[in-house]
Design a protein around this ligand. Sequence first.
Ligand code: PEP
Ligand code: MG
Length: 598
Amino acid sequence: MPREPGIGRHTGASMASFTLHGIPVSRGIAIGRAHLLTPAALDVKHYLVPEEQVEAEVRRLQDAIAKVHRDLQDLWTDLPKDAPTELGAFIDVHALILSDPMISEAPLDIIRSRHYNAEWALVTQIDELSAQFDEIEDEYLRERKHDIQQVAERVLKVLMGTALSVPPPFTDEDQAPPQMIVVAHDISPADMLGFRDRSFIGFVTDVGGQNSHTAIVARSLDIPAAVGLSHASRLIEQDDWLIIDGDAGVVICNPSPLVMGQYRARQAVLMKARKRLLKLKKTPAITKDGTAIKLMANIELPDDCAGALEAGAVGVGLFRSEFLFMGRGAQGLQIPGEDEQFEQYRKAVVAMKGRPVTIRTLDVGADKPLDQTEHTALNPALGLRAIRYCLAEPQLFLTQLRAILRASAFGKVRMLIPMLAHAFEIDQTLNMIEQAKAQLRDEHIKYDEAIEVGAMIEIPAAALALPMFVRRMDFLSIGTNDLIQYTLAIDRVDYEVAHLYNPLHPAVLHLIASTIATGQKAGLDVAVCGEMAGDVKLTRLLLGMGLREFSMHPAQLLSVKQEILNSDLGAITSRTRRILRSMEPSEIATAVEQLQAL
Ligand code: PEP
Ligand code: MG
């Protein structure tokens, strides 16, 4: 087994040093040994089954599919309480794929008609499906091909009697702690679960985009990762030393002792900084000149409240309620009814111990489809999503509004409405809230009569026609993820245009700044709850625009707080004004960097 460069030998073909550049998906530096996952699908046996054995071969495949169903069900059941919410959704997707007749029935027909062995029949069908997916223009849908291949691999592993390839115990001469980086053509999110408690410190894949399911899991697990490295799994050899620079999307294979030393030093600095940050948990977020800033948490499920409190959040700024609704079809469940929703919302409200909880009404559609509503809109991001969907399904919306209102009797709840663009949408929504209140009053059910209702500002039209919102709403929250997508016409899940998705585009900055200024002038609280709020490189720019409420993933909260503690609003504000006057992207980028250096 090769030893760390600089400690021992540094010879032989497998120790060749090279660097690969891919797409960064999760921050930090990982240094460890390569563990190659071999794709099961590549080498299957091909043979023809005699007529009298065809039905037995069909059963063999059916049994394998049933076993994978059970395995997925077990994974679901065994999900640790603190597992990222996306993991459950990913398992659902795989269960759904496995139940699709294209996977569960078509290969059986191939065995019967062509007498192929089970593995060959399955691979034949998957190859055909993959070719069809390759024709699809939509990058997000095209990426789903990998999900189908991952499901097929699970079935093949059962057929071939091979369990998921797990790394052997690390037996290094130096008794070094086991530090392993998984290298694969692709990794399914469900397989990643198996590595959660192992010595898995990063991953590298040939394929995948910034928003592939596996990338999302890595981000929520806070594990450095890089994807889209093309031939990494062929170039990297078992036990090679690897450095992943998750911020740059760079992987260095068998680095020189000098490079290894530099990265170890950088890693140590990062780790120390993380530890130091924990001390800030109880420190109020106040700028040097004494301005208090509210730091709130984005959550997907009520259990995430524990992490929010742990990070010192003063409330929940965005509860993405759609995560309660997604992926239930695969478990044979209906969408949650009023009582179930109420229990979940109440759980979050109680967990936050009097701190405000901002519950966003159902934001389904685009890349977050509800099982029952999956349809083939040509441009789903521009289609029937979020409030548009809710107003088209008034009964479902009313049920959610009642559930949220009922939870408001147990603590401070605010309601946040996504994707509003038209005055009549706001008016209809407010009317429905009144209707839900009236029903509860008639039924003598308690709720907070003064519950605040806010709008997500995430469509350029909303930002440009803000007085329309200001007149009608109690607070505003800027969804920069969608605001950037819709302002720049860049699909936020398409990695082919990811380089054009620029939060610092002057048009984007103008919309954010004017929303903050106009909203505040009218006396409304204005927050940012998109990813920009958690990007420490942008904290001062947002402060300079006048932002006083940030909502982000709990893992980002303490670094943002630290930046706030070191910021002087006076100096930042005048420079930000200059930045907002500029229409030169390079000038803006330089000035934003200089803001950080102040
Ligand atoms: C946003 O669009 O910025 C946002 C916070 O909502 P989501 O990412 O859920 O669309
Ligand atoms: Mg949004």
